[in-house]
Design a protein around this ligand. Structure first.
Ligand SMILES: Nc1nc2c(ncn2[C@@H]2O[C@H](COP(=O)(O)OP(=O)(O)OP(=O)(O)O)[C@@H](O)[C@H]2O)c(=O)[nH]1
Ligand SMILES: [Mg+2]
Length: 515
């Protein structure tokens, strides 16, 4: 439960939201979540100001210490001289910092104020841009703590932004993806999947809520009336049938995105497969630029799967070296297990690269015609005349390095084709607005998380059931209405409009301190 894991500061935000009357859907949900926390009286709400070092550990050229909460600006005043006048927000200014009690100088840095609600957290925020040595950072942190502020928990700045309706759940997830992005494609994807996607899912939910209000009205109307015309679905549902059908088709197109977002987020799985001794381990070592896998002239050397993370053309790839595929009396129990694992990895791979050793071709080792093979690599070109016909594959030599660049560029192309042109439609200003065509812009948006896909799938199933129930006319109108409700709750869960505490619980724990 979020209630247990959430930092104490969360209570204060709920309290102030209530007083200022700014509670949106999220605020009211949180109120439910946080109602009657034992031992906390309402007066303690709004008192809590947090701080954290938002940059990495010293030493570094510069460091940023961030404060958020009602005491941020008074704390800045305490750390500066008594004559210090609070500058206007959003303007950098020179700040000579002193310990508030001992008045020992701490640093000459810069600072900036963001007045709530126009700040990341929605509260008053102060950023101290100081020198990044251990001595300066420790001194400033100690001074801030001695001023009565509390050290922030992991992700607490972002959790406050969420609680103050500055960010939706989906935007929090995108921010997390951005902060953990390892490749350029992940970065572009994270940047392109926030406000635009929120607008699209919100527009879907609007369609469903409108349809629900129509079906609720039918239920009320039919219970007070003897109207016998209400057996015809078209007469009962009117335009609702078409709008729900269109939305269901939009969801289908949305789901048929080739899992590109998940591939970019989780990494494209590339499997090196082939007969023993073909040179798979030699190839993974070349790709990884280090010795990750044992190479030997003994066939059957690799048993366990060895996986490395590589950035190929800006796409995160998980490249696996696997055991050479063979069976027979010579193959011992351990190698048989290795082959089983190799086949499993190949089955689950997004890209299969078959390695054929040119020295093994006479023994029938010229590779398979498997449907799953995306790229064929003829290795040990140094041992053979490479002018031969290699059936569309690439001829390389791990010994001389010949063909290695071509292998990398071909493999990069296969991987990039798999994930498509990510971010091409992002930020193009095609935001779907509530009440307009709910399919608008959704083709440009790809699903980035399994969680989102599961919610869309469940909503889609509910709409399929709605269409079947609608054919039954008035008799099934309340069941049909319930399906619309299920679909709208599922879509609301993606953005965080409805109960998502279980997701939040783990999400904020994955953030770093200071964000
Ligand atoms: N001449 C030559 N030898 C190579 C080349 N690539 C690999 N070898 C040698 O071929 C042998 C097998 O290489 P590995 O990379 O271990 O082959 P593997 O496919 O991983 O083999 P298993 O793990 O047994 O399935 C080693 O002796 C390598 O030095 C190459 O391009 N040219
Ligand atoms: Mg090997």
């Amino acid at each position: 439960m979020l209630l247990c894991a959430a930092p104490a500061g969360c209570y204060s935000v709920v309290g102030r939201s209530l007083q200022s009357g700014r509670m949106g859907l999220v605020g009211s949900r949180l109120l439910r979540l946080y109602s009657s926390p034992p031992g906390l009286d309402d007066d303690s709400f709004g008192e809590d100001t947090i701080y954290a070092l938002s940059t990495s550990s010293p030493p570094s050229a510069l460091a940023i210490v961030r404060l958020s909460g009602p005491d941020s600006i008074p704390t800045l005043q305490k750390l500066t001289s008594p004559s210090f006048k609070v500058p206007p927000p959003r303007k950098m200014f020179l700040a000579k910092l002193f310990h508030p009690k001992s008045k020992v100088p701490l640093d000459e840095g810069m600072a900036v104020i963001f007045k709530g609600p126009k700040s990341f957290t929605g509260e008053d925020v102060v950023e101290l841009h100081i020198h990044g040595s251990r001595g300066v950072v420790d001194g400033v942190i100690e001074a801030v703590s001695d001023s009565g502020l509390r050290a922030a928990e992991r992700g607490e700045f972002t959790s406050r932004a969420f609680q103050n309706d500055k960010l939706s759940l989906l935007e929090v997830e995108s921010l997390h993806s951005l902060l953990t992005s390892q490749t350029s494609t992940q970065r572009v994807l994270a940047l392109s999947t926030s406000s635009k996607v929120v607008a699209i899912y919100d527009s879907w939910r609007d369609v469903l809520i409108k349809a629900m209000s129509h079906t609720e009205a039918i239920i009320d109307f039919s219970s007070d009336s003897d109207n016998t015309d209400l057996q015809e679905p078209e007469l009962i549902y009117g335009g609702v049938l078409d709008s729900v059908k269109n939305l269901r088709k939009t969801m289908e197109r949305h789901l048929e995105d080739g899992y590109k977002g998940e591939l970019i987020t989780n990494g494209v799985k590339v499997c090196l497969t082939g007969l023993p001794n073909a040179g798979k381990s030699s190839i993974i070592n070349i790709l990884a630029e280090r010795d990750v896998s044992i190479v030997s002239s003994t066939p059957g050397t690799t048993r366990d799967v060895v996986t490395v993370q590589l950035d190929l053309g800006g796409v995160l790839c998980l490249v696996s070296d696997t055991a050479g595929l063979r069976e027979g009396d010579d193959v011992d129990e351990v190698e048989t297990e290795g082959v089983k694992r190799a086949l499993r990895v190949r089955e689950e791979a997004d890209v299969v690269v078959e390695v054929v050793g040119l020295d093994g071709i006479e023994e029938g080792g010229d590779g398979e015609e498997g449907d799953d093979i995306d790229l064929k690599v003829f290795n040990k070109a140094d041992l053979r005349d490479t002018e031969g016909n290699f059936d569309g594959g690439i001829s390389i030599s791990c010994v001389s390095g010949e063909g290695v660049d071509e292998l990398i560029s071909k493999l990069t192309k296969v991987v990039k084709d798999r994930v498509g042109n990510v971010g091409a439609g992002a930020g193009a200003g095609t935001e779907a607005r509530a009440g307009e065509n709910a399919s608008e812009g959704s083709e440009d948006v790809i699903i980035t998380k399994r969680r989102h896909r599961e919610h869309v799938e469940t909503a889609w199933e509910a709409l399929c059931r709605f269409e079947v129930l609608a054919l039954e006319g008035e008799a099934a109108v309340d069941l049909a209405s319930e399906e619309l409700r299920v679909a709208s709750v599922e879509i609301g869960r993606i953005v965080g409009r409805v109960d998502v505490e279980d997701v939040l619980d783990s999400l904020f724990n994955d953030f770093c301190v200071g964000k």
